[in-house]
Design a binder for this molecule. Structure first.
Ligand code: UT7
Length: 320
């Protein structure tokens, strides 16, 4: 049986940056409030000609290049997204066509902010079962397209972007374990209405709604618990983890999970100030940043975790 190993990472952020100050003229909000409550200073926003699949394409090509893998070798593509270009075909199919991989398994995972972790977990199972040898896992989101810019409780928080990894079958150690979970009883705390169902209403659009404070409380508890569960499943202790890559939802949530892990903040990859919350893209964007700037080195142990609408949450413990 092979292990599944991350052999390359890549990412993409749209050029346009919207600062907290930019919101002050259109909303009853302030740079001070946003930064103090979330840790966010700015976010990237997709251009009109761009889509989730076009961002995913750039991130995927960067990851392929880093892994030294040609697109034609890829036999599995999983895109974690809640903002697909179309209802169907999947963004993964559109990406497959853009990359020119040839025939392969390609599908989207809709697990909100945990979409990338779910994708990584599924790819891990595929590779271990012999169903794939070289996979592309992407988290990509055009969150700005599901924002109500009159709702200050959501639109200042989310940003756009894409992150990708190549995962290959390997005899070396790689993904140590992945953990996925969900609890649908929280469906009304964080959701996007269904534009297909609602389109009969005049002017209905898909918008995100978040009861932030309620989400916050469950997120802190759940993420702290999953950290323990992940380490326990691997017979490891907190000090065995070299890097924490948390979902970038709120700096206060990140701080409390790091504290629980007894992890100094210089061992936690934090991108929220520059990128905001990019949902499924946030973990692979942070991973790529820390790999490319030389912080994360081969052989180091990385704990990734995410939490989002559903609720749906997950983690991955990985030797790089
Ligand atoms: O990625 C998926 C998972 N998502 C998360 O994990 C997000 C978790 N939640 C959070 O990060 C935080 O709850 C938020 C950042 C969303 C909100 O922070 P909070 O400290 O929980 O604030 P709150 O919702 O309790 O609101 C406090 C006050 C309210 O005013 P009143 O009722 O006290 O008068 C809000 O209306 O802040 C107000 N408020 C704002 N004020 C200025 C809400 N949004 C804004 C805003 N600017 N943008």
């Amino acid at each position: 049986m092979f292990n599944a190993r991350i052999t390359g990472t890549g990412s993409y952020l749209p050029e346009k940056i919207v600062s907290n100050k930019d919101f002050e003229s259109i909303l009853d909000t302030s740079d001070e409030w946003i930064y103090a409550r979330t840790g966010i200073k700015q976010r990237h926003v997709i251009a009109p000609h761009e889509t989730t699949s076009s961002m995913a394409e750039i991130a995927a090509n960067n990851a392929l290049q880093a892994a030294g893998v040609d697109a034609s070798e890829i036999d599995l593509i999983i895109v974690g997204t809640s903002t697909p270009d179309r209802v169907f075909p999947s963004t993964a199919c559109l990406l497959q066509n853009k990359l020119g991989t040839g025939d392969c398994v390609a599908f989207d995972v809709q697990a909100a902010c945990s979409g990338f972790i779910y994708g990584l977990g599924i790819a891990n199972q595929f590779i271990k079962a012999g169903g794939a040898k070289k996979a592309l896992i992407i988290g990509a989101e055009a969150n700005s397209r599901i924002m109500n810019y009159e709702d200050r409780t959501t639109c200042v928080i989310f940003g756009d972007g894409a992150g990708a990894v190549v995962v290959e079958a390997s005899e070396e150690t790689g993904i140590l374990s992945t953990h996925m979970n969900s609890d649908g009883q929280y469906q009304d705390l964080l959701y996007v209405n269904n534009p297909i169902k609602d389109q009969k209403q005049d002017g209905a659009q898909a918008y995100m709604t978040m009861h932030g404070n309620d989400v916050y409380k469950v997120a802190v508890k759940t993420l702290s618990r999953i950290v323990d569960e992940t380490l326990e499943a691997n017979g490891m202790v907190k000090s065995d983890v070299d890097w924490l890559i948390p979902h970038q939802a709120n700096i206060r949530i990140i701080n409390s999970v790091a504290k629980k892990l007894k992890m100094p903040m210089d061992k936690v990859v934090v991108t929220i100030a520059e990128q905001g919350n990019t949902s499924a893209a946030s973990v692979p964007l942070a991973l790529d940043k820390a790999v490319r700037d030389g912080r994360i080195k081969p052989g180091e142990t990385v704990l990734m975790e995410a939490f989002g609408g559903g609720f749906v949450w997950g983690s991955a413990l990985v030797t790089m």
